[in-house]
Design a protein around this ligand. Structure first.
Ligand SMILES: C[S@@+](CC[C@H](N)C(=O)[O-])C[C@H]1O[C@@H](n2cnc3c(N)ncnc32)[C@H](O)[C@@H]1O
Length: 217
Protein backbone atom coordinates (compact mmCIF):
# COMPACT_ATOMS: atom_id res chain seq x y z
CA UNK A 1 0.00 0.00 0.00
CA UNK A 2 3.01 2.34 0.29
CA UNK A 3 4.03 4.68 -1.14
CA UNK A 4 0.57 4.37 -2.74
CA UNK A 5 -0.67 7.81 -3.77
CA UNK A 6 2.55 9.32 -2.40
CA UNK A 7 4.40 7.95 -5.43
CA UNK A 8 2.74 10.56 -7.67
CA UNK A 9 2.81 14.31 -8.35
CA UNK A 10 4.32 16.64 -5.71
CA UNK A 11 4.96 14.00 -3.03
CA UNK A 12 6.31 11.50 -5.59
CA UNK A 13 8.73 14.02 -7.12
CA UNK A 14 9.86 15.03 -3.64
CA UNK A 15 10.42 11.37 -2.75
CA UNK A 16 12.55 10.89 -5.87
CA UNK A 17 14.49 14.04 -5.01
CA UNK A 18 15.03 12.74 -1.45
CA UNK A 19 13.23 15.66 0.18
CA UNK A 20 11.53 13.06 2.37
CA UNK A 21 11.92 9.35 2.88
CA UNK A 22 9.72 6.45 3.80
CA UNK A 23 10.62 3.26 5.66
CA UNK A 24 7.84 0.72 5.53
CA UNK A 25 7.68 -2.36 7.70
CA UNK A 26 5.28 -5.24 7.32
CA UNK A 27 3.56 -6.10 10.59
CA UNK A 28 3.30 -9.73 9.48
CA UNK A 29 7.11 -10.01 9.68
CA UNK A 30 6.71 -9.78 13.47
CA UNK A 31 4.23 -12.61 13.77
CA UNK A 32 5.43 -15.59 15.76
CA UNK A 33 3.43 -18.35 14.09
CA UNK A 34 3.84 -20.04 10.75
CA UNK A 35 0.63 -18.50 9.39
CA UNK A 36 1.90 -14.96 9.95
CA UNK A 37 -1.13 -14.10 12.09
CA UNK A 38 -1.28 -10.64 13.60
CA UNK A 39 -4.82 -10.68 15.01
CA UNK A 40 -7.04 -12.63 17.36
CA UNK A 41 -10.65 -12.64 18.55
CA UNK A 42 -11.68 -9.91 21.00
CA UNK A 43 -11.51 -10.81 24.68
CA UNK A 44 -15.03 -10.66 26.05
CA UNK A 45 -16.48 -11.67 22.69
CA UNK A 46 -17.94 -9.55 19.93
CA UNK A 47 -17.46 -9.19 16.20
CA UNK A 48 -14.24 -8.75 14.23
CA UNK A 49 -10.63 -9.28 15.17
CA UNK A 50 -8.09 -7.26 17.16
CA UNK A 51 -4.42 -6.72 16.27
CA UNK A 52 -2.29 -8.46 18.89
CA UNK A 53 -0.24 -6.54 21.44
CA UNK A 54 2.82 -8.83 21.20
CA UNK A 55 3.07 -8.46 17.41
CA UNK A 56 2.71 -4.65 17.42
CA UNK A 57 5.08 -4.43 20.38
CA UNK A 58 7.77 -6.38 18.50
CA UNK A 59 7.32 -4.10 15.46
CA UNK A 60 7.62 -0.99 17.63
CA UNK A 61 10.73 -2.31 19.35
CA UNK A 62 12.33 -2.97 15.98
CA UNK A 63 11.70 0.66 14.99
CA UNK A 64 12.83 2.19 18.29
CA UNK A 65 15.28 4.50 16.53
CA UNK A 66 12.68 6.05 14.24
CA UNK A 67 12.67 9.80 14.94
CA UNK A 68 9.68 11.84 16.09
CA UNK A 69 6.31 11.05 17.63
CA UNK A 70 4.55 7.68 17.30
CA UNK A 71 1.02 7.84 15.96
CA UNK A 72 -1.84 5.42 15.75
CA UNK A 73 -4.34 6.82 13.21
CA UNK A 74 -7.71 6.05 14.78
CA UNK A 75 -11.25 7.45 14.73
CA UNK A 76 -10.93 7.91 18.51
CA UNK A 77 -8.03 10.35 18.20
CA UNK A 78 -7.94 14.12 18.17
CA UNK A 79 -8.96 15.44 14.77
CA UNK A 80 -6.16 16.42 12.46
CA UNK A 81 -5.73 20.17 11.89
CA UNK A 82 -3.57 22.26 9.58
CA UNK A 83 -1.63 23.65 12.55
CA UNK A 84 -0.94 20.09 13.77
CA UNK A 85 0.24 19.20 10.27
CA UNK A 86 2.47 22.27 10.17
CA UNK A 87 4.21 21.35 13.41
CA UNK A 88 4.58 17.71 12.35
CA UNK A 89 6.01 18.81 9.02
CA UNK A 90 8.61 20.94 10.79
CA UNK A 91 9.70 18.01 12.99
CA UNK A 92 12.20 15.21 12.48
CA UNK A 93 9.74 12.62 11.23
CA UNK A 94 7.06 10.35 12.63
CA UNK A 95 6.08 6.75 12.94
CA UNK A 96 2.59 5.50 12.07
CA UNK A 97 1.08 2.19 13.10
CA UNK A 98 -1.63 1.39 10.55
CA UNK A 99 -4.51 -0.43 12.19
CA UNK A 100 -6.74 -3.01 10.49
CA UNK A 101 -9.67 -5.13 11.63
CA UNK A 102 -11.30 -3.60 14.75
CA UNK A 103 -8.09 -1.87 15.79
CA UNK A 104 -5.24 -2.79 18.11
CA UNK A 105 -4.96 -4.14 21.65
CA UNK A 106 -5.17 -1.23 24.10
CA UNK A 107 -2.19 -2.45 26.14
CA UNK A 108 0.29 -1.76 23.35
CA UNK A 109 -1.21 1.69 22.73
CA UNK A 110 -0.69 2.46 26.42
CA UNK A 111 2.76 0.87 26.72
CA UNK A 112 4.17 2.93 23.84
CA UNK A 113 2.12 6.08 24.51
CA UNK A 114 0.88 6.01 20.92
CA UNK A 115 -0.82 9.26 19.95
CA UNK A 116 -4.22 8.59 18.42
CA UNK A 117 -4.99 10.92 15.54
CA UNK A 118 -8.19 10.98 13.51
CA UNK A 119 -9.04 12.08 9.99
CA UNK A 120 -12.64 12.74 10.90
CA UNK A 121 -15.84 11.25 12.22
CA UNK A 122 -16.12 8.32 9.84
CA UNK A 123 -14.60 4.84 9.64
CA UNK A 124 -11.95 3.76 7.14
CA UNK A 125 -11.04 0.10 6.64
CA UNK A 126 -7.43 0.66 7.63
CA UNK A 127 -4.85 3.16 8.80
CA UNK A 128 -2.83 3.15 5.57
CA UNK A 129 -4.97 5.71 3.73
CA UNK A 130 -5.16 7.84 6.87
CA UNK A 131 -1.37 7.78 7.10
CA UNK A 132 -1.03 8.73 3.45
CA UNK A 133 -3.39 11.66 3.95
CA UNK A 134 -1.36 12.86 6.93
CA UNK A 135 1.95 12.41 5.11
CA UNK A 136 0.66 14.12 1.97
CA UNK A 137 -0.37 17.21 3.87
CA UNK A 138 3.00 17.31 5.71
CA UNK A 139 5.14 16.71 2.62
CA UNK A 140 3.68 19.60 0.63
CA UNK A 141 4.81 21.97 3.39
CA UNK A 142 8.44 20.80 3.32
CA UNK A 143 10.89 23.36 1.94
CA UNK A 144 11.46 22.86 -1.78
CA UNK A 145 8.40 20.67 -2.39
CA UNK A 146 6.00 23.31 -3.71
CA UNK A 147 7.24 25.65 -6.45
CA UNK A 148 5.95 28.81 -4.81
CA UNK A 149 6.17 28.68 -1.02
CA UNK A 150 3.58 31.46 -0.79
CA UNK A 151 0.87 29.34 -2.42
CA UNK A 152 0.18 27.29 0.71
CA UNK A 153 0.22 30.36 2.93
CA UNK A 154 -2.95 31.51 1.16
CA UNK A 155 -4.79 28.21 1.45
CA UNK A 156 -7.77 27.34 3.61
CA UNK A 157 -6.99 27.17 7.36
CA UNK A 158 -3.55 28.80 7.07
CA UNK A 159 -4.91 32.14 8.28
CA UNK A 160 -7.86 30.69 10.16
CA UNK A 161 -10.22 31.18 7.20
CA UNK A 162 -11.50 29.10 4.29
CA UNK A 163 -10.12 30.03 0.91
CA UNK A 164 -11.79 32.58 -1.39
CA UNK A 165 -13.24 31.40 -4.74
CA UNK A 166 -10.70 30.99 -7.58
CA UNK A 167 -11.05 31.65 -11.30
CA UNK A 168 -8.93 31.19 -14.40
CA UNK A 169 -9.21 31.98 -18.13
CA UNK A 170 -11.42 32.53 -20.04
CA UNK A 171 -12.65 35.59 -18.19
CA UNK A 172 -16.15 34.96 -19.53
CA UNK A 173 -17.17 31.27 -19.63
CA UNK A 174 -20.60 30.20 -20.95
CA UNK A 175 -21.70 33.81 -20.54
CA UNK A 176 -20.63 33.89 -16.86
CA UNK A 177 -17.99 36.54 -16.13
CA UNK A 178 -15.36 36.11 -13.43
CA UNK A 179 -15.44 38.98 -10.88
CA UNK A 180 -14.16 42.11 -12.61
CA UNK A 181 -11.77 43.10 -9.84
CA UNK A 182 -9.60 40.06 -10.66
CA UNK A 183 -8.75 41.55 -14.06
CA UNK A 184 -8.09 45.04 -12.67
CA UNK A 185 -4.38 44.45 -12.07
CA UNK A 186 -4.87 46.30 -8.76
CA UNK A 187 -3.15 44.02 -6.23
CA UNK A 188 -4.48 45.70 -3.11
CA UNK A 189 -8.08 45.65 -4.36
CA UNK A 190 -7.71 42.00 -5.34
CA UNK A 191 -6.28 41.08 -1.93
CA UNK A 192 -9.06 42.90 -0.13
CA UNK A 193 -11.76 41.29 -2.33
CA UNK A 194 -10.27 37.85 -1.63
CA UNK A 195 -10.11 38.49 2.09
CA UNK A 196 -13.74 39.60 2.28
CA UNK A 197 -14.81 36.55 0.22
CA UNK A 198 -12.83 34.30 2.61
CA UNK A 199 -14.51 35.89 5.57
CA UNK A 200 -18.01 35.54 4.06
CA UNK A 201 -17.50 31.89 3.14
CA UNK A 202 -16.05 31.02 6.55
CA UNK A 203 -18.89 32.82 8.36
CA UNK A 204 -21.51 30.96 6.30
CA UNK A 205 -19.97 27.50 6.13
CA UNK A 206 -17.95 27.14 9.31
CA UNK A 207 -19.33 29.16 12.21
CA UNK A 208 -16.89 27.28 14.51
CA UNK A 209 -13.83 28.47 12.53
CA UNK A 210 -15.31 31.96 12.20
CA UNK A 211 -15.69 32.24 15.96
CA UNK A 212 -12.06 31.11 16.50
CA UNK A 213 -10.94 33.66 13.91
CA UNK A 214 -12.80 36.46 15.70
CA UNK A 215 -11.42 35.34 19.06
CA UNK A 216 -7.84 35.32 17.77
CA UNK A 217 -8.07 38.59 15.88
C1 LIG B 1 -12.27 -0.54 10.72
S1 LIG B 1 -11.21 0.58 11.53
C2 LIG B 1 -11.48 0.21 13.22
C3 LIG B 1 -12.50 1.10 13.86
C4 LIG B 1 -12.69 0.83 15.36
N1 LIG B 1 -13.28 -0.46 15.57
C5 LIG B 1 -13.59 1.91 15.98
O1 LIG B 1 -14.81 1.73 15.99
O2 LIG B 1 -13.06 2.95 16.42
C6 LIG B 1 -9.62 -0.07 11.20
C7 LIG B 1 -8.47 0.94 11.28
O3 LIG B 1 -8.67 1.99 10.34
C8 LIG B 1 -8.06 3.17 10.80
N2 LIG B 1 -9.08 4.24 10.79
C9 LIG B 1 -10.41 4.08 10.60
N3 LIG B 1 -11.06 5.24 10.64
C10 LIG B 1 -10.13 6.19 10.84
C11 LIG B 1 -10.21 7.61 11.01
N4 LIG B 1 -11.36 8.28 10.96
N5 LIG B 1 -9.05 8.28 11.21
C12 LIG B 1 -7.87 7.62 11.28
N6 LIG B 1 -7.74 6.27 11.14
C13 LIG B 1 -8.85 5.56 10.94
C14 LIG B 1 -7.52 2.88 12.20
O4 LIG B 1 -6.13 2.63 12.12
C15 LIG B 1 -8.30 1.65 12.60
O5 LIG B 1 -7.60 0.86 13.52
Amino acid sequence: MFPGTLKYALAGRALKNKLWQLNVINIRDFSTDKHGSVDDAPLGGGHGMIMRADVIDAALQATENAPGPRFYPSPRGAKLTQSGIRSLSGGKGALFICGRFEGIDQRVIDKHDLIEISLGDYILSGGELATQVILDSCIRLLPGVMGNHLSHEQESFENGLLEHPNYTQPRIWQGIPAPEVLSSGHHEKIASWRKSQSEDITKKRRPDLWQDYLDNK
